[in-house]
Design a protein around this ligand. Structure first.
Ligand SMILES: NC(=O)c1ccc[n+]([C@@H]2O[C@H](COP(=O)([O-])OP(=O)(O)OC[C@H]3O[C@@H](n4cnc5c(N)ncnc54)[C@H](O)[C@@H]3O)[C@@H](O)[C@H]2O)c1
Length: 381
């Protein structure tokens, strides 16, 4: 029997436009979905670039204005894979048009924008989800299962870092294509909203709400040439951000992100220490979960290095045979599969806009704490 179609309208053809398009194409091949996912239209401001992207990924058509994309009756889902300053305006218009919305993170440039986005999708009653994809790396999903099964017991510590090294060169300009992350007007913040947002989302998913933070940030290169104005301008983003946090469950945390850690490209690690057990995960070795269980027999007690590739482990029965691993792109495939499965079941898989807003409350509190050099309570959604 023919399945219903789910027609995708993609905004943006960059890093995430590619990651999402790949996921939309693969999800139905590996997961039993109630819908046929159709790449209906790709939208970018340049017709040539939009067409080249559409041809490469198999989109049926193009648009050069996202407003036109939203007006189209043959689009069910608007996927926002464009820079942060576009998220709110596109999401508000898409919600008003009754479209389902998948939005890249961070939801808004700050929590005020995100609150408007949450209000819009909830008033319109449209399905919504944010691409915090690391939740769906099988080893991270398995960490969630171990925590929920109570295997770690009471949690004492959470530790996360996300380190890169691509903005150390003081001659690197800010702004425009590819370098919008250095322009605070477009990005909203630096590594706090970019890298730490991922760490915070995973942390709260695994360990519950963060209630207060104390942070410091630094902008190491204070001025950079701006690609759009051609002038040397003040840099408004945080290049590095470090904060301490207290969770509602009483556990303590440290978080660190920077783009100035020479040698590290995307070193996202997380660790949890509980009364009974600990776990550790590293994006550079993403299919492995390190797990230490104090209940193991004393002479054999040690960190287990679990290769998460068995059919009993999250998502893996849909891929190859035990022992063969998957990678980064598959976290997006899993997110698409979960979203579309949720449509069939009438549920909205997390994280919703409202859940992602909570991450923005934390990042806002981190930036305020760094500015004011004090502890800040975190608003709860
Ligand atoms: N989930 C993740 O792990 C992850 C990773 C990277 C980026 N992101 C997020 O994804 C979003 C996009 O980041 P990216 O790395 O793909 O950026 P990118 O610079 O690679 O691509 C951005 C795309 O948006 C397009 N664009 C800009 N303004 C537009 C407009 N008005 N209309 C249509 N298209 C427009 C650009 O032409 C480009 O194709 C950001 O919000 C970013 O924070 C998330």
């Amino acid at each position: 029997m023919a399945k219903n179609q789910l027609n995708i309208g993609m905004v943006g053809y960059g890093f995430m436009g590619r990651a999402h398009s790949n996921a939309f194409r693969k999800a139905g091949n590996f997961f039993p979905l109630d819908y046929d996912i159709v790449l209906k239209a790709a939208c970018a401001r340049s017709a040539d670039k939009a067409q080249a992207f559409a041809d490469n990924w198999g989109y049926e058509s193009i648009e050069t204005d996202w407003r036109k994309l939203i007006e189209r009756k043959d689009i069910d889902v608007i996927d926002i894979a464009s820079p942060n300053d576009t998220h709110k305006e596109i999401a508000l218009a898409a919600a008003a048009a009754g479209k389902m919305i998948l939005c890249e993170k961070p939801l808004g440039r700050n929590a005020t924008e995100s609150e408007e986005m949450v209000a819009a999708v909830e008033a319109a009653g449209v399905k919504n989800m944010v691409w915090y994809n690391y939740r769906r790396v099988p080893a991270v999903t398995m960490a969630k299962q171990l925590v929920e099964e109570g295997r770690l017991g009471r949690i004492f510590h959470y530790r996360a870092k996300f380190l890169q090294d691509w903005t150390i060169n003081a001659d690197l300009p800010q702004g425009g294509a590819a370098l919008w992350r250095l322009d605070v007007d477009v990005a909203g913040s630096g590594v706090t909203g970019d890298l730490l947002a991922h760490c915070i989302d995973t942390a709260m998913w695994l360990n519950g709400p963060i209630v207060e933070v104390s942070a410091m940030t630094e902008t190491f290169v204070k001025e950079r040439m701006h690609n759009l104005t051609g002038k040397v301008e003040k840099v408004g983003i945080d290049d590095a951000s470090i904060f301490m946090a207290r969770f509602a469950n009483g556990s303590l945390a440290t978080f660190e992100a920077t783009r100035y850690a020479r040698g590290h490209k995307a070193l996202y690690t997380l660790e949890m220490n509980g009364e009974k057990a600990s776990l550790f995960w590293d994006l550079h070795d993403l299919h492995r979960l390190q797990y230490f269980d104090h209940a193991d027999e004393g002479k054999l007690r040690a960190w287990r290095n679990i290769h998460v590739s068995d059919g009993d482990q999250p998502y893996m029965k849909n891929w190859w045979v035990p022992g063969l691993q998957i990678g980064y792109e598959h976290s997006f495939v899993h997110q698409v599969a979960d979203f579309v499965t949720g449509l069939g079941e009438g549920t909205t898989p997390s994280p919703t806009f409202r859940e992602a807003l909570q991450t923005d409350y934390v990042t806002d509190a981190v930036l305020k704490s760094a500015r004011e050099r004090n502890w800040q309570p975190v608003k709860q959604s």
